[in-house]
Write a protein that binds this ligand. Sequence first.
Ligand code: XMP
Length: 564
Amino acid sequence: MTEEQSQPKINPEAEPVRVKTTGDIEVSTYLEIAKEMAGEKPVVTKEAAAPPERESIVVIDFGSQYSLLIARRIRESHVYCEMVSYDTPWEKIAPLNPKGFVLSGGPASVYQPNAPLAPAWVYEKHLPVLGICYGMQAVTKQLGGKVAPGERQEYGHAVLHISDRESPLLAGLDDAPTVWMSHGDRIEEMPAGFKALAYTENSPVAIMGSWDNIYGIQFHPEVAHTPQGKAILKNFVYNICGCQGNWTVGNFINESIARTGKLVGDGKVINALSGGVDSAVVATLIHRAIGDQLVCIYVDHGLHRREEVERTTKVFKENLGMQIIYVDAAERFLTRLKGVIDPEVKRKIIGEEFIEVFEEEANKIGKVDFLAQGTLYPDVIESAASGSTASAKIKTHHNVGGLPAEMRLQLIEPLRYLFKDEVRQVGLELGMPEEMVWRQPFPGPGLAIRIIGEVTKEKLEILRSADFIVMNEIKKANLYRQLWQTFAVLTDVKSVGVMGDYRTYGYLCALRAVTSEDAMTADWARLPYDLLARISNRVVNEVPGINRVVYDITSKPPSTIEWE
Ligand code: XMP
C-alpha cells in the first residue's frame, strides 16, 4: 500500500496538529499530559506484564497501515498473534513460541537502497512464512527472484483465479473471489522452488508458494475489501503452521487472573475509574484476582454526561461488589476552568487537577504497591513505533508520570496485549453489563471540550440536556452500537429564533455522529432524516437556551471527531 493513496495532502506550513489521546481517558494519560507539559521526566516504573505463554504467529511489520489488522484477523481465528518491527532480534521473538511468520505490506520498494527486509531468523527457523504485498516482494528478493516496477499501480478490487486447488492455503475458497490490490511493484520472476497458485488480470503471480511452506500474496487478505481474506489467513495458521487455536477469552481471563494474583501477592493496587470500557474491564479483572486488595478511585470532574456517574458507581458497587472511593470534585474543576477558552489549556488544567485530586485520595489509602492501567495493544504498538515525533510523544503516555516519587508504583496492565474488541469480549465474559461494555468512547476532559468557549455551570446543564436527548433517540433507533460516537456540542454562537409569538435568542447546538474503526479516521453517519428531525425538534422544544440545531457532515480527516 503506498502511503500517498491514504494520506491527505499535508501543508508543511500549517500549524502542527495537537496530539490527543484516543478514547476513554485513563489516569496515566492525565498524569502523563500534565508531567509532559510541565517539562518533567516521568517517574520510571517497572512494567508488570508479560506476554501470554502459548503458540503464536508473529507479524513482521514493514510499515503498512494495515499491519496491525493482520494480527487482529489472526486473533479472530483464536491464534495468538503479535506484531514486531522487522529489525527485532530473535531473542525477543523466541519466548512467543512462534509457529509461523507473516511479513506485512509496506510503503517501500525492495530495490530502493536500504529497503527493509526480513531478518535472517525468518528463514533460518524453517517455520512457515507468509509474505503479504511488500512482504511477498521481500521474500522474492531475498530468495533470489526478481521484483520489478509494474507498468502501472494496481489499486482496488481484482478477481482472483485459483490455479492450484490443492494448496492448503486456498482450501475451501470460493471460485473467483474478489481481492483488494494495492501495489506498484510486481513479481517478475519467482525464486527457485516456487510456483504460482493464483493470478489476477494484472498480476500473473497473485499468490505463490514453495515446497517448504513459504508463501507470498500480492493482495491484502487482512482488509474487509477481500471478503475471503480471513479464510486465507486462517488456512495459513491452521493448515500450514499447524496452530491449535487456544487463544480464547476464557483462557486469557484464567491466565490473567493467575498472573495478577501471583504478581500482587498481598500487595495493594489502585485504579482510576473513568466509566470507560478499558478502565472498567481492568478493574473487574483485577478484582477477580485479588478482591478488596484493589481500590478504585473515581474522580468526578463534573464534566460527565447526565446520569453517567451514578450509573457507573452503581454498577461497580452493587453489581460487581468493588470498593470505590468516589470524589466529587466538580466545583474544583469548574473554578479552575473559569474564563478558559483555549481547548488545549482546558485539557491541561483538567489533567493537572485530576492528578492533584487523585494523589490526595491515594495518599489517604496508605501504602499502595501497584497502579492498574488500561493500556491496549494498539497503544503498545504505537509506542514502540520508532522515528516519528508523534510516537515519541505517545510513548510517555504509558509511563506513570506525576506520581510522587515515594509512591514508586509498579504498573499492572492486564490488557496490554488485547485489541478493543477482545477487551469487550473479556468484559462480557466477566459478567459486566452490556451497556458498560459497549459504551461509546468518551473523552477524558468530557463535556469541557464539547462546550466551545468558557465552561460554566449553566452551559453544562444546557449541553447535558441536549446530549441526553441525542443519546436517548439514538438508542431508541437502535443505532448506538453501530456508531463510534454520538454527541451534542454547545457552540458559542447565538442565533435568532421564534417560538410562539416570541423572538428568541439562543445557542446553536451541533449534533455529531460518526462511524469509525479506531478513531484515526471517521466518517459522518448518514442518520435518517426523520431521526434528525426528531432530535432537532426535541432539543429545541425541551432544552431552554437552544433554539437551533445543525448536523455536522464533515469526516475525519480533514475534521476531528471532537470539536475542540
Ligand atoms: P479527535 O477529536 O482527535 O478524537 O478526532 C479522536 C478520539 O479521541 C477522543 N479524544 C480524547 N480522549 N482525551 C481523551 O481521553 C482527550 O483529550 C481527547 N480528545 C479527543 C475522541 O473522543 C475520539 O474518540
